[in-house]
Design a protein around this ligand. Sequence first.
Ligand SMILES: O=c1ccn([C@@H]2O[C@H](COP(=O)(O)O)[C@@H](O)[C@H]2O)c(=O)[nH]1
Length: 267
Amino acid sequence: MQARGRLCVGIAPHPALLAAWGLADDAAGLERFSLTVLEAVGEQVAALKPQVALFERHGSRGLAALERLLAEAADASVLTIADAKRGDIGSTMAAYADAWLRDGSALAADAVTLSPYLGYESLRPALELAGATGRGVFVLALTSNPEGASVQHAGGADSVARRIATAAAADNRAAADAGGLGSVGLVVGATVGSAIVDLGLDLAAVNGPLLAPGLGAQGATGADLAATFGPAYANVLAPSSREILRAGPDPAALRAAAGRTLAGLSG
Ligand SMILES: O=c1ccn([C@@H]2O[C@H](COP(=O)(O)O)[C@@H](O)[C@H]2O)c(=O)[nH]1
């Protein structure tokens, strides 16, 4: 983010986008789509965020396309966030951690998104492996979809979202003391409006990167992002998928779309 700014481009090969790009809805289409985005904007943005579900829907061949994207991005020193939203009891969580965060794993990314619905502590194997391998996690706290509030706002002053933020801050404390950001980030949607303030979340105190989906296709703007995150805005990494991908497949058009989105993000 310091070197390239706060934009993260999502790699989301939806069937409609594949069709618009003149690609088949199959593994070869996914691979062409993904590598086109990597080549077009990889060096322009802070990170790429493949949406794992859109690869999984093609089974083993789709996952092979994701493996190739992750390997080529790593070779090109482009950071990747696997948007997989994994979460399970601890013993199974260790296997998810192994898949997404272990050196040498075919699916290793620089970070993975995690769901804390089985309890924040159930994520411990992934939190530990991320810390040990210089990777990161993004734990869902306040998601960008309107349905998320029914779970995440529950609990009033001691809301679920606030508990997640407090737990992440505790895990990042050593990094904060050393003057850096910790490896436990949060997902907090760009669309959450006043919820951060209403729920009393101190996101700056989390001292980790804040992945804020919702720009563009979900309606949030760069100005919304700065207003919504206030003092925590410095740590916000802003992903955008469909709005930028719609400009493809021409690489110059993809670069221009990413450049416009980045220009709309202050600071
Ligand atoms: O709260 C969340 C968590 C994850 N997402 C994911 O981000 C992208 C957003 O895509 P756009 O096309 O930019 O809307 C998508 O893959 C979601 O699964 C999210 O939107 N909200």
